[in-house]
Design a binder for this molecule. Structure first.
Ligand code: COA
Length: 240
């Protein structure tokens, strides 16, 4: 796939690499990025050659510095800017990808940058990563699912503190909060993501996908319904 302006998509040995590519604006998420991610995630879902996806940011300084503030300023109001974003359910699409998604984060990881990573299954951070949700300071709340995905990932108290205070945390603290799975030196970030992707790819992709679905869909169910879901998926896998 080509013709993208603000992301780069590459496919190598069963891994899809999605790179947020606006380094001059710290990879801030704009409408163009929404549309290109929408296109690429749809393709990833349908492409049997892609078994694992690595999401990363271009440039030295950031994974993603949140929503593009210049779009906020040109829209009649932040509310309208947000409404435009909702016209395409990019976050629903992200969460519906039933293949493993790995976020490899460095530098600034702010606002929708964190929320994008929360749509992934495994989050790796380099030692220089800094996480924050500037939304309350801008008079808004997260609009990329963060108010739902953050507490499901790190629990209620930690999520509320980050969401209400806007306090930034280091990679180490993000690890303690369970926002990231691992912290690695900056130079080894991509290699660690690729090592993990390689390990996942040694397994049956359907078993991996069903395991992901059992966990992610099960989290929103009661235990009884979750166990039924697991049994259903297990039977379906064996019947294939
Ligand atoms: N939207 C649009 N442009 C952004 C941006 C954003 N969210 N974040 C950074 N940029 C741009 C800057 O305007 C600057 O552009 P310029 O070189 O044309 O002036 C460039 O990226 C580099 O950013 P700069 O502020 O110079 O880097 P810094 O290291 O001094 O500071 C931040 C980095 C992240 C602290 C600072 O850029 C910032 O606070 N950004 C906004 C974060 C935010 O509120 N995001 C919205 C969440 S809802």
């Amino acid at each position: 796939m080509s013709g993208f302006e603000v992301i780069i998509y590459q496919k190598r040995d069963g891994t899809g690499y999605v790179t947020l590519n606006r380094p001059e604006a710290l990879n801030a998420y704009n409408l163009r990025m929404r549309d290109e991610l929408y296109e690429v995630l749809g393709a990833i879902k349908d492409d049997p050659e892609v078994e694992v996806v690595i999401l990363k940011g271009a440039g030295e300084k950031a994974f993603c510095a949140g929503a593009d503030l210049t779009e906020f300023l040109t829209a009649p109001s932040p509310i309208i800017a947000r409404q435009v974003r909702w016209e395409r359910d990019i976050w629903g699409l992200f969460l519906s990808v039933d293949k493993p998604l790995i976020a490899a984060m460095h530098g600034y990881v702010l606002g929708s940058g964190i929320e994008m990573a929360l749509c992934c299954d495994i989050r790796l951070a380099s030692e220089d990563a800094r996480f924050g949700l500037p939304e309350p300071g801008l008079g808004i709340i997260p609009a990329a699912g963060g108010s739902q995905t953050l507490p499901r990932t790190i629990g209620r108290a930690g999520a509320l503190e980050l969401l209400m205070s806007g306090r930034w945390v280091t990679a180490e603290e993000a690890y303690r909060l369970k926002l990231v799975n691992r912290v690695v030196p900056r130079a080894g970030l991509l290699a660690e993501a690729e090592r993990l992707a390689g390990k996942i790819k040694t397994h049956n992709p359907l078993a991996v996908s069903y395991a992901k679905q059992a966990v992610t869909r099960g989290l929103d169910l009661g235990l009884e319904a979750g166990l039924k879901l697991e049994a259903r998926l297990g039977r379906r896998l064996l019947a294939l």
